[in-house]
Design a protein around this ligand. Sequence first.
Ligand code: ADP
Ligand code: MG
Length: 363
Amino acid sequence: MAATIKLIERKSVHQIQSGQVIGDGLISVVKELVENSLDAHATSIEVRFKNCGLDAVEVVDNGSGIAPDNYESIALKHWTSKLTTYDDLDTVTTFGFRGEALSSLCALSDLHVITATASEAPKGTRLEFETSGKLKSRSVVAAQRGTTVVVENIFKTLPVRRKELERNVKREYTKVLGVLQAYAGVCVGVKFSVFNQPVKGRRTPVFATKGNPTTRENVANVFGAKTLVALVALDLQFEMKSTRRGGREMGSKEIKILGHISRPVVGEGRQAPDRQMFFVNGRPCILPQIARAFNEVYKTFNVTQSPFIFADLQMDTNAYDVNVSPDKRSILLHDQTELLESLKTSLITMFTNHEQTVPHAQL
Ligand code: ADP
Ligand code: MG
């Protein structure tokens, strides 16, 4: 017998969609909260895990805080202070723009917020939300300027996802730390501190940066100062031939790739950790093709080690599209083929002239 087609309850739809926004589990939770802090111009961001995130994830920032007028709307779906029309997407420079993160986290977990703007501190407000994202309660508390978002019992409304997280929490936690290392590395002038508190025992620091002015110092803070000995500066620059991207005129055809990469010479000094991080205009991204190009070229110079790569692709915002995946980690580069060719050529030149490259650091 044919099944009857029925409309799914609105609450279930919200939960299903929220599960997609938070598709990468713990990674998505942490990424969304940290990006909100960065969008609020925080210069200090503390990420506190309880039981590797299974019990709670808290992100404490010293950013702008949330104005009382916005309390009712911040956790409602598609309410954002960052974007109003589709055209704005082309020039979006904030990390968030869909107004889905807090709404999704309300649907999937217990969420509360403590926030204070500069004029309100040292008084702040604690906000609690219903599963639907509707403001449930507000109370006055003591708070510094900034915002703290606490997410407890993540995926409590999606039992299958919860079980999966419980099973894989160690692996997910390790991946989350990788993502946090990328943000801590690329965000200059922002102090990152990461802590974890095991079920039994005290809160312990995982890593921290000091609000450095350069990514080089951030890399040293995150991966250890000795890592720098094994690295050289990545500083590539090329012009793209075509001036139109995605049907629009580009502001600039120039692409820069800045960062740090392992020295290609075998057996020379210390080996850098086998970590690879890619960014587009400072936004951590997954760029498999770019990664492959780097690794392919590197392999022709060093067959025994895979490189440490920290590469920020700096280009016109018209040259790519961030609106490809719900979590914005995948990016569509409009002229990837040309970019890959130029990248490979300039990497080969750089490594060939390695003798002349200045070592990144001498201890
Ligand atoms: P989006 O980031 O796409 O706007 P979110 O659901 O992540 O959507 O956040 C909704 C809104 O809540 C943001 O637009 C912002 O106004 C406010 N907000 C969230 N987190 C913070 C924070 N840490 N500091 C200041 N404002 C915040
Ligand atoms: Mg956001």
